[in-house]
Write a protein that binds this ligand. Structure first.
Ligand code: BGC
Length: 387
């Protein structure tokens, strides 16, 4: 397997999934609501809010050269137009700690959570949602831009729209096909507006992270799903200032089926599945990297991983997907990094702490324990650096 010079290796997290104590956003409300799909409270997370420095040192010590994390908008802007100097100072310490390890930071500005004041006004459907978002993006870039070598505007706009407005298992818990499509369009516009705002504030290397499942099925419904999940965003980045790079997040193959609730059927019998019930299909990553390469943007795999209690399965998954990435590169795709999801076992949204996506386990007392897969990843990184 060959990787280009400067290829970045690392792992990813998001604020709400690891920090703990994020009580001022729409996810916290969703978790507390008895009728919502969420079965757990994110609670203390893995206390990354206090343990970030030791976490980054641990990852860098395992050979990681990059790390992806997100800023929590509801901490930075707890009330409309009120920016918390203490929260900005906290994230300055966090990003300085990443830089001190030598790892390159990928900083996501919106990873699924909205401040409560915005969700209360309609979230992404609020008339001023995009202007509120771009103002936050500008502020963060002005204050922290020197510590954000890679800026990611929005994590998985398609999944925000799909899970929140069609399937209803993320906030706001709506199941409305028309709103699903409308929010998808709004989120693409929000990304494009954020690119302009971040550039104006002096930010560089701006990107979008999209989840690109390999969607199986022929006919009008699969075509609609491909449009809403894949093409709307990839085509929407073409011919405009869509940013400087694209994050590809890939987990699985999915079967579109009109007869199934919310348009997806479970994998056919015999197909290997993860703790999430997702079908493992490494070649889909190669395929979707080629599809993403059509945008002409440099690509980074900004998420890829498996929920499993069986860490040997994770090692197999990891090796197969890194190999699929190497193959895409050998076939001409401009892929410049691979970030595994996730660094740690963490809060998996509506599924709570049950699914284990981490290279590193976290005990009840928050002790970090690297799994064999973490060491296997270190070996992959060492081999990748050798030529
Ligand atoms: C998200 C992560 C999530 C992961 C596994 C992606 O949809 O960006 O926050 O934990 O996939 O479900």
């Amino acid at each position: 397997m060959r990787f280009p010079d400067g290829f970045l290796w690392g792992s990813a997290t998001s604020a709400h999934q690891v920090e703990g104590g994020n009580t001022n956003n729409d996810w916290w409300d969703f978790e507390q609501h008895p009728a919502s799909a969420a079965r757990w409270s994110s609670g203390d997370g893995i206390d990354h809010f206090h343990r970030y420095a030791e976490d980054f040192a641990l990852l860098a010590g395992m050979g990681h050269t990059a790390h992806r994390l997100s800023l929590e908008w509801s901490r930075i802007e707890p009330a409309p137009g009120e920016f918390s100097r203490a929260a900005v100072a906290h994230y300055r310490r966090v990003l300085t700690a990443v830089a001190d390890t030598g790892m390159t930071a990928f900083v996501t500005l919106h990873h699924f959570t909205l401040p409560r004041w915005l969700s209360g006004r309609g979230g992404w459907l609020a008339p001023d949602a995009i202007s509120r978002f771009t103002r936050y993006c500008s502020l963060v870039t002005e204050q922290l831009g020197d510590l954000m070598p890679f800026i990611c505007t929005i994590n998985e706009p398609q999944m925000i729209a799909l899970h929140g407005y069609l399937e209803g298992y993320h906030p706001p818990g709506i199941t409305n096909p028309a709103l699903w499509r409308r929010v998808g369009a709004i989120l693409l516009d929000a990304h494009l507006a954020a690119v302009t705002a971040i550039r104006a504030a002096g930010g560089t290397r701006i990107g979008l992270a999209v989840q690109l499942p390999l969607l199986a099925g022929e006919g009008s419904l699969p075509a609609l799903m491909r449009h809403e999940i894949v093409d709307r965003y990839l085509d929407g980045l073409t011919g405009v200032d869509g940013g400087d790079w694209l994050g590809v997040q890939y987990y699985r193959r999915q079967w579109v089926d009109a007869a199934s609730p919310f348009h997806f059927a479970p994998p056919p019998p015999g197909v290997p599945v993860t703790q999430m019930g997702w079908a493992v299909h490494p070649d889909g990553l190669r395929e979707m990297l080629h599809r993403a390469a059509g945008t002409g943007l440099p690509l980074y795999v900004t998420e890829n991983g498996i929920a499993t209690e069986d860490d040997t399965e994770r090692i197999t998954y990891l090796r197969a997907h890194v190999a699929a990435t190497a193959q895409a590169i050998a076939e001409g795709a401009d892929v410049r990094g691979y970030l595994h999801w996730s660094a740690f076992d963490n809060f998996e949204w509506s599924e709570g702490y049950r699914p284990k996506f981490g290279l590193i386990a976290v005990g009840d007392d928050f002790t970090r324990r690297p799994k064999p897969s973490a060491h296997a990843f270190t070996d992959i990184i060492r081999q990748g650096a050798r030529r």
